[in-house]
Ligand binder design. Structure first.
Ligand code: SAH
Ligand code: SF4
Ligand code: F3S
Length: 476
């Protein structure tokens, strides 16, 4: 077949087009394997959040169909893909550090390819730097065209030169592409993409684009398939799940979606993240209170306890509103575990503001909290704000916050001592092969004697001994 004929047979619609390119990449890989005289392997390394983790599963799904074999050790793999994050500056630094090392390894392996994708690639200055200083990279793409991975891969294999494809934004959602799961019994499920909130410190709306919700029928269909394939727990994913459905042709609320998902037979547990306090509705609280399947855990990022700082952050709620929400949730779901994200050192944060944050932590009594030092992201409104807080002041506040958060988390964990609860068994304990690790509905981990046959099952355990942030238990 000549080139023109080959171009003509390319399907124009998705996902058919990508299935065509999977087949083409498979043929290309066959030739590469022949030349190497062995199988070729891949390793996908994921940075950042659960949205990225889910994207990586889609990359793995395609790579396996193309015929690559998974190799967990990055240094031994023939094709290394970094799915990057750029939410804080240290996320970028880690990628550059590891890329340097990869460059040395690539010199010794003539069959090696390196691809970079994800949020960091949406920043033009990053791509410029990679093009200039990291010439050994084979393929660069962004967050909006990740569904085109098979096509880009085939293009790289056939052209033999560096391929770069980044889109500024998209309104497209491509369904029904292959995907692999890390765990057979649980899975993330995207319900929406992008973010429209523009919190003033945050880069995500710039690198993930405008908010778009997936069609509820596509979500339900995906979950039904997952359940038929052995999944008992899903984590619904979106930057702001509480505003799900607003962009649909037939709008629906997140609470309504949850009710539909609850009806799926065989599905045992439903989790979701992340909830934005400004959009957390009474309807959702009610659905959570009545549900049998929604887990007793709500991640509700507060970011700061100071209404003054919250306004500068463009979070669109106050300290009082947040505390009110917490009260309502605890009234509707008394055994709920609450977790949060907190940023210290946002521009203009004074000691009084920080004290307000400590006050919220003490009033809410979080089961755990992710604490972050504010990181300046070029292009966001906060980066241009004056009064950036000095490093030693931030460090001191961060340490004080962490001490408080950990003290309370330890106390919150210990209240379950002696109770019997259900865990979903996830894995063999990393440190002790005699123990299995399971997760409670409220997200706490329990380690208990058992064997591998329990993985993926829901079993009752007695919570015998609290060890700070987890339990040692026994199967009942
Ligand atoms: N959509 C989610 C959060 C996504 S980012 C939400 O709105 O809650 C995850 C967390 O990273 C945020 O909750 C915030 O605490 C933190 N974060 C985001 N940008 C940051 C920055 N510039 N510096 C420090 N932490 C940041
Ligand atoms: Fe970032 Fe705010 Fe969107 Fe979360 S809601 S991703 S913090 S802009
Ligand atoms: Fe990072 Fe992108 Fe997630 S910036 S936190 S990987 S959406």
């Amino acid at each position: 077949m000549n080139l023109a004929e080959r171009e003509m047979e390319i399907p124009a619609s998705e996902p058919e087009r990508q299935y065509y390119f999977i087949e083409r990449a498979r043929q290309d890989l066959e030739k590469m394997k022949e030349a190497a005289g062995r199988q070729l392997t891949f390793c996908v390394t994921t940075f950042g959040c659960q949205m990225n983790a889910r994207d990586s599963e889609k990359l793995v799904g395609i790579l396996e169909q193309v015929g690559y074999i998974e190799e967990p050790d990055e240094e031994k793999a023939d094709f290394v893909i970094y799915n990057t994050c750029t939410v804080r500056e240290n996320a970028n630094q880690r990628v550059y550090g590891r890329l340097g090392q990869l460059g040395h390894i690539k010199k010794k392996n003539p069959h090696m390819m390196i691809a970079l994708c994800g949020c960091m690639m949406q920043k033009p200055e990053v791509v410029e730097k990679l093009k200039k200083s990291y010439r050994f990279i084979d393929l660069i793409f962004g967050t909006h065209n990740i569904y085109k991975f098979a096509e880009l891969l085939a293009t790289r294999m056939e052209s033999g030169r560096m391929v770069i494809d980044i889109w500024k934004d998209t309104d497209k959602i491509v369904e029904d592409l292959p995907s692999e799961r890390k765990y057979p019994f649980k899975s993330g499920v995207n319900i929406m993409f992008g973010c429209n909130n523009f919190c003033s410190y945050c880069i995500v709306p710039y690198v993930r684009g405008r908010e778009r919700s997936r069609d509820p029928r596509a979500i339900i269909r995906e979950i039904e398939r997952l359940v038929a394939d052995g999944v008992v727990e899903v984590m619904l994913l979106g930057q702001n799940v509480n505003s799900y459905g607003k962009t649909l042709e037939e709008p629906m609320t997140f609470a309504q979606l949850l009710k539909e998902i609850e009806k799926i037979d065989g599905l045992e547990r439903i989790r979701f993240m992340t909830s934005h306090p400004k959009d957390l509705s009474d309807e959702l609280i009610e659905v959570m209170g009545q549900s049998r399947k929604i887990c007793r855990h709500l991640h509700l990022p507060v970011q700061s306890g100071s209404s003054r700082i919250l306004e500068k952050m463009n979070r669109r709620y106050t300290k009082e509103h947040y505390l009110e929400l917490v009260k309502k949730i605890r009234a509707a779901v008394p055994d709920i575990s609450l977790t949060t994200d907190i940023i210290v050192g946002f521009p203009g944060e004074m000691e009084e503001d920080f004290q307000e944050t400590l006050d919220v932590v003490r009033q809410v009594r979080y089961d755990s909290a992710f604490t972050f030092i504010y990181s300046k992201r070029t292009g966001t409104p906060a980066a241009a704000m004056e009064e950036q807080v000095s490093e030693d002041v931030v460090k001191d506040r961060f340490d004080r916050l962490l001490t408080e958060v950990q003290k309370i988390a330890g106390e919150m964990c210990s209240v379950h001592q002696g109770a019997v609860q259900t865990v979903l068994v996830e894995s063999v304990n990393e440190h002790d092969p005699e123990l299995m690790t399971g997760r409670l509905s409220n997200n706490l981990l329990v380690h208990f004697p058992g064997d591998e046959s329990l993985i993926g099952k829901l079993v009752d355990v007695s919570l015998d001994e609290c060890r700070g942030f987890y339990y040692i238990g026994r199967q009942i």
